[in-house]
Design a protein around this ligand. Structure first.
Ligand SMILES: [Zn+2]
Length: 385
């Protein structure tokens, strides 16, 4: 792993390299940007650079990737690296001696270790535990304990706090205390896609660094390493809307097809006049509790790409369509609705996605979307009541 393994983010990397070269580092950075675009990958590479033992590393802005320190970073096992993310509550409790709790704790620990295993292989992997209640006070206390001692090698200790918006209030307040009197040998890197959900007092103590989504072309190039046809790669890269992590997952996973099928089905129900009741049922199905927000977003992302393709068809740009394997389906759809305003439709889907990422109620969001889409595509008014 080196800087060149990171997709896009050249400006951000350059800024960090220059900060390392000058030795003028803030106490804390806040890496901001959508999920899956490489904020953690950059943070880990930066931490590795600051700790590299090669005498030319800092000057060149590039870790050697060969010294003992670099190797420990590659294994995510360097004593100067703390990688914090939301964990299951049971892991923060004292170790149980016997019985059911001990068993549950061991299982959770296995899951926790498996996440590190994945992260070692893929810096774009998102470490998350399903039963997590967020970043807990105990995790921050551990950082406080580690802040009492200077690193033995006199390098920077780097605390990477991922999904920082998920700190619970106690955890956030403890971190704030630590940030108010930061130990000189610690660099904090807080990472978030939702800075608006963090304590403003924490945000104001960090130097912000905004990350932007890499282009589909850049992602597609990266996906080369994973194989698959060029067509499939291009599709996954575009579909993932800037998230390298999602694009990787999509290429290796067949659920992509499922999301697209869901989107097409949703559209069919929406557009068939006799099936408004089915439409309501479909909306309910999409927003049922067992469907995660991620899945709802994936379905909407599919729908968005279909509208964008239909728009390209309207403008006779057949060559550039994304869902090339189902181009006949989309062509027919565009033909059947010659007066459809796909620009409005695409915008409505984007708005719905934005609402969902801001924790809007899924049923209301999908219902409002259905009404807007029906009007944009057919000129008809849909009554969902
Ligand atoms: Zn090194």
């Amino acid at each position: 792993m080196s800087w060149s393994d990171i997709v896009g983010q050249q400006k951000q990397i350059e800024l960090l390299r220059r900060a390392a070269q000058s030795g003028r580092l803030p106490n804390a950075y806040l890496f901001v940007g959508q999920d899956g675009i490489g904020k953690e990958a950059v943070a880990l590479e930066f931490a590795k650079l600051l700790n590299c033992l090669s005498p030319t590393a800092v000057q060149s802005g590039e870790a050697c990737d060969r010294c003992d320190s670099c190797k420990q970073f590659r294994d995510l096992a360097h004593p100067n690296l703390e990688l914090v993310f939301p964990i299951e509550g049971i892991l923060s409790k004292d170790i149980a001696e016997t019985g059911k709790d001990k068993e549950k704790q061991e299982e959770a620990l296995e899951r926790y270790k498996a996440l590190f295993e994945e992260k070692r292989k893929n810096p774009y992997f998102k470490m998350q535990m399903e039963k997590s209640m967020g970043i807990l006070a105990e995790q921050i206390e551990e950082l406080i304990r580690k802040s009492l001692y200077r690193p033995s090698d006199d390098k920077k200790r780097v605390y990477v706090i991922s999904q920082a918006e998920r700190m619970n209030l106690t955890a956030a307040n403890r971190l704030l205390k630590l940030l108010e009197e930061p130990p000189p040998f610690v660099l904090f890197v807080l990472i978030t896609s939702r800075p608006d959900q963090m304590l403003p007092t924490i945000v104001s103590r960090c130097q912000p660094l905004r990350f932007s989504a890499p282009t589909a072309d850049d992602i597609s190039e990266r996906l080369n390493l994973l194989g698959g046809s060029a067509e499939k790669r291009a599709f996954a890269a575009t579909y993932a809307r800037g998230s390298v992590a999602d694009a990787q997952a999509l290429l290796l996973d067949t659920s992509l097809q499922q999301f697209r099928n869901d989107a097409i089905e949703f559209l069919r129900y929406l557009l068939s006049p006799a099936r408004q009741l089915d439409m309501i049922r479909k909306t309910e199905e999409f927003t049922k509790k067992d469907r995660s927000r991620d899945e709802q977003l994936q379905t909407l992302s599919s729908l968005l790409l279909i509208f964008q393709d239909a728009l390209r068809m309207q403008h006779a740009e057949r060559f550039s369509i994304i869902n090339s394997d189902i181009s006949d389906v989309i062509a027919k759809f565009a033909q059947n609705f010659p007066n459809a305003d796909f620009t409005v439709a695409a915008k409505a889907v984007e708005d719905a996605m934005y609402q969902l990422t801001r924790n809007a109620n899924p049923t209301l969001t999908f219902s409002a979307l259905s009404i807007t889409l029906k009007r944009a595509l057919t000129g008809e008014t849909l009554l969902l009541a």
